[in-house]
Design a protein around this ligand. Structure first.
Ligand SMILES: Nc1ncnc2c1ncn2[C@@H]1O[C@H](COP(=O)(O)OP(=O)(O)OP(=O)(O)O)[C@@H](O)[C@H]1O
Ligand SMILES: [Mg+2]
Length: 326
């Protein structure tokens, strides 16, 4: 990444003590025909400026609803926020108007979701989609917007970025499309990136590349990341802190070293017994030597003779009745 790139795309909060994101006592319920679903129940979590927080939990535990609520994108008129604050750089997003939230989305908070295909418009060239987002948030002419777009594609290491500006989404591989989605999310230099299982739809090698890209973006640009994942391998590789959710509640939170080496909650221990899916090789460790034990944990689980178990397979029967109070 060049110095120019860093100047063009860098977060700005370095040196402040106020966390970039501080969710306090957040509760969200859905009023469904089957009763009230307490999807998020008194959740607290914090992402420090320039930090990466892993938000972990089994399927249905409330990770996505929490992440989407930050952008005001829960997407259901049956959803109700019943308590809490979502402080972004110290300001409560729950008090913002829709138009204030619109200008915040994409410019100060970027979203990378699981399905890159649905995040891109199939009928527009990727360069045009980037330019549109840039011009929505920045007062720049088209030539300047195209330059910023190209820089963003270069930062996410899209091969032949200049030529690919003219490509349609279907002309790219899954991994390349996810790079484009990350470029769009980064184009306006957000202070916070919400990454909701950004690698789930990708094969293991490409997953690793995208995770490495996010780590590089965090290091080089200082972009804070809320990383939603099922995978403790991903957490060990990239997160300084972890919050573990179950049935809408936070069951445990702390530093990655604390949680991975001495998980207190039986649920966290159960999740960790599920084999992480991210393929890392010994030469590619992003965690300092001092946290070596995290990798010992991973390597043991990767070489264990037990069958591979996806965390969402844990306690699935319990999940069916998850949080429903009729
Ligand atoms: N629009 C909705 N209407 C009703 N219930 C919903 C809606 N969206 C989510 N829920 C419920 O909220 C709970 C939390 O869902 P959420 O999508 O946040 O889970 P998750 O932790 O992201 O799971 P996954 O790992 O499968 O993505 C679940 O019980 C889910 O069924
Ligand atoms: Mg989800």
């Amino acid at each position: 990444m060049s110095t120019t790139d860093q100047q063009t795309l860098s977060a700005t909060d370095e040196g402040t003590d106020v966390p970039v994101l501080d969710i306090q006592d957040l509760s969200i319920e859905f009023h469904t025909d089957g009763g009230i679903v307490h999807a998020v129940d008194g959740v607290n979590l914090t992402v420090q400026v320039g930090g990466i927080l892993g938000l972990v939990g089994e399927s249905g535990s409330g990770k996505s609803v929490t992440a989407l609520s930050i952008l005001g994108l829960i997407g259901s008129n049956r959803a109700k926020i019943t308590s809490g604050k979502i402080l972004f750089r110290g300001e409560d997003l729950l008090t913002k108007t829709e138009s204030q939230m619109r200008s915040l989305r994409g410019s100060q908070i970027g979203l990378v979701s699981q399905n890159a295909l649905s995040a891109l418009d199939p009928s527009f060239r990727i360069g045009d989609q980037l330019v549109e987002v840039i011009q929505l948030h920045q007062k720049v002419d088209k030539t300047r917007a195209r330059k910023i777009a190209l820089e963003a594609l270069e930062i996410v290491a899209l091969p032949e970025a200049k030529r690919r500006m003219r490509a349609y989404p279907h002309e790219l591989s899954g991994g390349q499309r996810q790079r484009v989605v990350i470029a769009i999310a980064l184009a306006c230099r957000p202070a916070l990136l919400l990454a909701d299982e950004p690698t789930t739809a990708l094969d293991a090698t490409v997953q690793k590349q995208i995770i490495d890209l996010l780590v590089e973006i965090n290091k080089e640009l200082g972009t804070a990341i809320l990383m939603v994942t099922h995978d403790f391998g991903v957490v060990a590789h990239m997160c300084q802190n972890v919050t573990v959710m179950r049935k809408g509640r936070v069951v445990e939170s702390g530093t990655t070293a604390q949680i991975l080496t001495a998980p207190e909650h039986p649920y966290t221990q159960g999740l960790m017994n599920a084999v992480p899916r991210l393929q890392l090789s010994a030469g590619e460790r992003a965690i300092p030597r001092s946290q070596r034990r995290l990798f010992e944990f991973r390597e043991q689980s990767l070489t264990s003779a037990e069958p591979v178990l996806h965390p969402s397979e844990l306690g699935s029967t319990e999940l069916e009745s998850n949080n429903v109070a009729v």
